[in-house]
Design a protein around this ligand. Structure first.
Ligand code: SF4
Length: 179
């Protein structure tokens, strides 16, 4: 029997959610016996296959046009899309900058900053363009939400294992307590 395929990618993220995924530790071996990991930020292959995957897992918020492209590509190629972590689920701490116009946020980051010397706001056409911060669910349809900053390795294992077994994970209160 073919193993279910899983792809994962990150958007505007601190990498903590993927570190939590790695913290599944030896149970990763158990998981990888059930699924095929096609691509991830932590492996050589980064992009989900055009032929699609059963489960796509995204971490991070959408705060530039590259994030938007990556989120749409993962949605298009995934049967089930998981938003993993508070950045993906709610927009994360980056969302605080939505209280100001984007131009003011860029000024604060690149000009009015004690560590800045030249004060040049990047604007070359080949680099990503900043956008107001959004959660993954605000730009594409999400099937499973996994909050937490980051979600614990146990919760990430539970979610991926349930999906690997063909079940939609039930994230009740007992799995959503964070110290
Ligand atoms: S939810 Fe937390 S751990 Fe995950 S990417 Fe965002 S800030 Fe990092």
């Amino acid at each position: 029997m073919m193993k279910p395929k899983i792809a994962t990618d990150w958007l505007a993220a601190c990498a903590g959610c993927h570190m939590s995924l790695l913290d599944i530790d030896e149970k990763l071996i158990e998981l990888l016996q059930k699924v095929e990991l096609t691509s991830s930020p932590l492996t050589d292959l980064k992009v989900p296959p055009e032929s699609g995957v059963d489960v796509g897992l995204l971490t991070g918020a959408v705060n530039n046009d590259d994030n938007l492209h990556v989120a749409r590509r993962m949605r298009q190629r995934s049967r089930i899309l998981v938003a993993c972590g508070d950045c993906a689920v709610f927009g994360g701490i980056i969302r605080m900058r939505n209280h100001w116009p984007l131009s003011e946020a860029l000024e604060a980051a690149y000009r009015d900053n004690p560590s800045t010397v030249e004060g040049l706001i990047p604007g070359a056409p080949e680099i990503m363009r900043p956008l107001p911060d959004r959660s993954v669910g605000e730009v594409v349809k999400v099937d499973v939400y996994v909050p937490g900053c980051p979600p614990s390795p146990e919760v990430i294992f539970y979610v991926l294992n349930e999906l690997a077994e063909g079940r939609i994970p039930a994230l009740d209160e007992s799995r959503l307590n964070y110290d």
